[in-house]
Write a protein that binds this ligand. Structure first.
Ligand code: S3P
Length: 171
């Protein structure tokens, strides 16, 4: 099986969809943010505060080389900015989880752990800036995606079913 690489804006539900995909397939799941945190033994928020965003992007870049060379049969969830690595398309089938900015923010705010979800994401602290980032990134996400799944008002389970169905064509 080729890797599946899940991209999309912060809070769109990459983690939730990944958890459903692994329940209903033979994929193993990993997450680039989790890998960065274990590589550095630090939380993303602390990396941004102590070393800055550009250092975080370097870590993502190093990770992308490792993913391309060493990982297979895996569903890789990525942080919202990971798509900028140069070898993204070489890592696997790129699946975009897509939703309008306002629907993403609504989704986060309705979550029982909303405060924690917002706090851990340095680039979601200022919603005006985050909206601008979304506006810049969305066309780039669409350009890179082999498969696009509109996740608005859909359960993670339904999104995972749609994903597995669409991915079959690329296997
Ligand atoms: C980022 C998204 C975050 C995390 C970091 C930067 C981004 O991951 O990688 O805070 O640039 O969009 P999530 O998409 O899981 O929130």
């Amino acid at each position: 099986m080729k890797n599946i690489i899940l991209i999309g804006f912060m809070g769109v539900g990459k983690g939730s969809v990944a958890r459903e995909v692994i329940k209903h397939s033979n994929y193993i799941a990993i997450d680039t943010d989790d890998l960065v945190e274990s590589m550095t033994n630090k939380k993303i928020k602390a990396i941004f505060e102590d070393e800055g965003e550009s250092y975080f992007r370097e870590l993502e870049k190093n990770l992308s080389t490792w993913l391309e060379n060493s990982v297979s049969d895996t569903l890789i969830s990525t942080g919202g900015g990971f798509y900028k690595v140069k070898n993204l398309k070489k890592i696997g089938i790129v699946v975009l989880l897509d939703s309008p900015f306002d629907a993403i923010i609504k989704r986060i705010k309705e979550h029982p752990n909303a405060a924690k979800k917002l706090k851990k994401r340095p680039l979601l602290q200022d919603l005006k800036k985050a909206k601008e980032l979304y506006r810049q990134r969305r066309p780039e996400y669409l350009e890179l995606a082999d498969i696009v799944i509109d996740v608005t008002d859909k359960s993670a389970l339904n999104c995972s079913k749609e994903l597995l169905k669409k991915v079959k064509k690329y296997a």
